[in-house]
Every structure is written in structure tokens, then in C-alpha cells.
Write a protein that binds this ligand. Structure first.
Ligand code: ATP
Ligand code: MG
Length: 254
């Protein structure tokens, strides 16, 4: 094969990967809608209450403008909160050119959790995050890395649907050049022999309409693009643990 041919193929692969990432984002976005509707409900309700108070005060002939302004300022703050939720979703849905920046892993995980919080709470899934005392920073695309954790959270949620104990534990340990994140759940685990296949595109054990089988292949692609690795261990009866290794941002560079 000529070099040009190989380059063309590589570009083709990269384009496909980008399309997969995009398709995955849209699928996740659909799932998130319910949770987000709930998250928005809260600031909107509060806005209504504060504005209502301001109207009451004016109608009652309150001469102290200070109190009215306080109510309105609080309303304003709630509007900002709602706007923030929406703008966050917008960036998530956009096919942004893949930029890279140094980013604390904790921030990535927190953002993914904040989008999933409502869903996890509803199912009484307990989440613990323990990254230790260090603050691992990786170089990457925040949206893509967030997608990785959303995919893992979604899978863990589904795997624990019928589990007596529902818990997700995300722990990190920092080495000289890499950070390893263990993402463990207390779900059904992965049947022996399927540990590799679950990363294949369109491999799913979920009913038609429930899963596309793209989540983990996208996750694999993203981690790979970030110079990392992802694997899974699932001893019988102990749920599944995904292990992610990512290169640390070089101190002083990035
Ligand atoms: N935490 C887990 N515990 C047990 N099985 C899992 C877990 N995560 C993934 N799997 C298995 O791997 C399969 C593939 O996962 P993947 O995320 O790629 O697709 P999906 O979840 O089925 O569909 P999609 O993510 O596209 O909605 C799942 O159908 C499930 O069988
Ligand atoms: Mg999935």
C-alpha cells in the first residue's frame, strides 16, 4: 500500500470515529432529557416564588425598595442557574472541533455526575468518588472525557437494575506518569468470555430499543485517542470494574 492510501484510510477511520462519538452523544442526550427536565424544574420554581414575593410586596404597598430588590436578585440568581444547565447541554450536543486542554480529572467526573445525578438518585444508587489527596490532571477534551464517564455511569445504572445493593465506586491512584481510575459497580457483572466483546461496536445484551451497543466502543475510542487504555475485570458475583489508565499532564508543560 502506498503512504497516500494509508493516510486516506486513517482519515476515513478518524471520520468514522468522530461520527460514532456524535451518534453516542445524541443517544445519551435523549436519555438525559428526563433528568435535566427535573434539574430545570427546581430553579424555575424558585424563580416563580421570588418573583411572586416581589409582586406581593409591591401590591402591598411596601415602601422599602431594598426588600423587593433582594427578592428580584434571588430570582435572577435562579435564572442564571437554569441558563447554566442549558448552556452545558448545548456544548455537549455540539460537534465541536476536538480541542485539548489540561483538565483535572475530578472536574470531569463531577460534571458527568452532575448530569446523571437525578437518574442515580431516583434509583437509589450510591456513588462514592475517591481520588485520594492528589489532583490528577490529564490533557484532553473535557466533553469527550465527560462522555466516557457518562457511558460508564449509564452502563452501571443498567447493570444494577435488579441488584439488592446499588453502589458505584470511582477511585483513582496516581503513578509517576499515569493515573489509573477504577470504576466499580455492584451489578450483574460481565459473563465470562465477553470481556473483550463488550468493547465492539454494536455489541449489546440489552433489548432492542434499549441499547445500541455503541457506548463502550465510543468510550474505548476516546480513551485510545487520549493515549490511554481501558479494560474490564468482572469476577463472578462481584459486579464489574472498568480500569482506565490515562497519561498525566506533564507538570510545567500543557
Ligand atoms: N457495568 C456493566 N456491568 C455489566 N455488563 C456491562 C456493563 N457495562 C457494559 N456491559 C455489557 O456490555 C454491553 C455493551 O455495552 P455498551 O455500553 O457498549 O452498549 P449498551 O450499553 O448495550 O448500549 P448503549 O451504550 O449504546 O446504550 C452491554 O450491553 C452489557 O451487556
Ligand atoms: Mg452503554
Amino acid at each position: 500500500e502506498t503512504t497516500a492510501e494509508m493516510q486516506r484510510r486513517e482519515q476515513e477511520l478518524r471520520d468514522k470515529q468522530e461520527q460514532l462519538v456524535q451518534a453516542g452523544k445524541l443517544a445519551t442526550l435523549g436519555e438525559l432529557t428526563t433528568g435535566v427536565a427535573h434539574e430545570l424544574n427546581n430553579p424555575l420554581n424558585n424563580t416563580g416564588l421570588f418573583v411572586g414575593n416581589a409582586i406581593d410586596l409591591i401590591e402591598l404597598g411596601m415602601t422599602d425598595k431594598g426588600q423587593i430588590v433582594r427578592e428580584l436578585r434571588q430570582a435572577m440568581q435562579q435564572v442564571r442557574k437554569a441558563t447554566e444547565i442549558i448552556s452545558h447541554l448545548r456544548t455537549f450536543g455540539r460537534a465541536a472541533p476536538v480541542s485539548r486542554e489540561p483538565i483535572p480529572l475530578r472536574q470531569v467526573i463531577e460534571r458527568a455526575l452532575s448530569l446523571m445525578r437525578q437518574q442515580l438518585r431516583l434509583r437509589e444508587i450510591e456513588v462514592t468518588v475517591d481520588l485520594g489527596r492528589e489532583e490528577p490532571v490529564v490533557v484532553g477534551n473535557p466533553i469527550q472525557l465527560e462522555q466516557v464517564f457518562i457511558n460508564l455511569l449509564t452502563n452501571a445504572r443498567d447493570a444494577m437494575a435488579d441488584s439488592p445493593r446499588k453502589a458505584i465506586r470511582i477511585s483513582g491512584s496516581v503513578g509517576p506518569a499515569i493515573v489509573e481510575v477504577a470504576f466499580a459497580d455492584t451489578g450483574d457483572g460481565i459473563p465470562p468470555g465477553l470481556e473483550r466483546r463488550i468493547f465492539d461496536p454494536f455489541f449489546t445484551t440489552k433489548e432492542v430499543g434499549k441499547g445500541t451497543g455503541l457506548g463502550l466502543s465510543i468510550t474505548y475510542g476516546i480513551i485510545n485517542e487520549h493515549g490511554g487504555t481501558i479494560s474490564v475485570v468482572s469476577p463472578p458475583g462481584e459486579g464489574a470494574t472498568f480500569l482506565i489508565q490515562l497519561p498525566l499532564a506533564t507538570p510545567g508543560v500543557g
